[in-house]
Design a binder for this molecule. Structure first.
Ligand SMILES: [Zn+2]
Ligand SMILES: [Zn+2]
Length: 177
């Protein structure tokens, strides 16, 4: 991974921490602890996971509740470093930081904390856009119905084994790259 990538990521992390410092829910201590986290990257062909917090084994924790010192690494999707994904990148970093502060499950409390993020209303749409972008990027083949012109993107050829759900016509392969 290029150092440039870490520069971009660290810039975003600083920004997220600055915003978090303005949210009353978080303590100064929370922010300080998050500053020491180790960060890294997911595999670039990951489609469904955009960020992940990997905790140390629980027998290495000094406290009963998870906190940033219990985290081995926070991995972010490398494609999120592109300029156009900046807002979604920050949302993902913030999301993982909530996990790091001990809110491990996606429960009501977690989502109420997540909702404190200024651009959270864009999360769903941006997440879908990002996923579609990754799917397209990772696909080599278009399985197309010659009759209704609808298609799905896949990594492998359909080789005449699939039919259109709508009209039962046999799908044809089109090479994308
Ligand atoms: Zn999560
Ligand atoms: Zn069809």
């Amino acid at each position: 991974m290029e150092t440039n990538n870490f520069e971009i990521l660290n810039k975003s992390i600083s920004k997220v921490l600055k915003v978090m410092a303005t949210i009353e829910f978080f303590t100064e201590n929370d922010i300080e602890e998050l500053k020491g986290l180790k960060v890294g990257f997911l595999r670039k062909n990951s489609v469904y996971r955009h960020g992940v917090t990997r905790f140390l084994p629980t027998n290495k924790w000094n406290s009963s509740k998870a906190n940033p010192s219990c985290v081995r690494v926070v991995d972010i999707h490398p494609v999120l470093l592109k300029n156009e994904w900046e807002i979604y990148r920050e949302i993902i970093i913030y999301h993982e930081f909530i996990h790091c502060l001990g809110y491990i499950r996606h429960d009501k409390i977690f989502y109420s904390i997540e909702a404190m993020w200024p651009t959270i209303s864009q999360k769903k749409l941006l997440g879908q856009k990002f996923m579609n972008y990754l799917k397209l990027k990772n696909s080599k083949w278009k399985w197309k119905c010659p009759k209704c012109n609808i298609y799905v993107l896949r990594q492998k050829k359909s080789s005449g084994r699939y039919i259109c759900r709508k009209c039962n016509f046999k799908l044809v392969d089109e090479f994308l790259r």
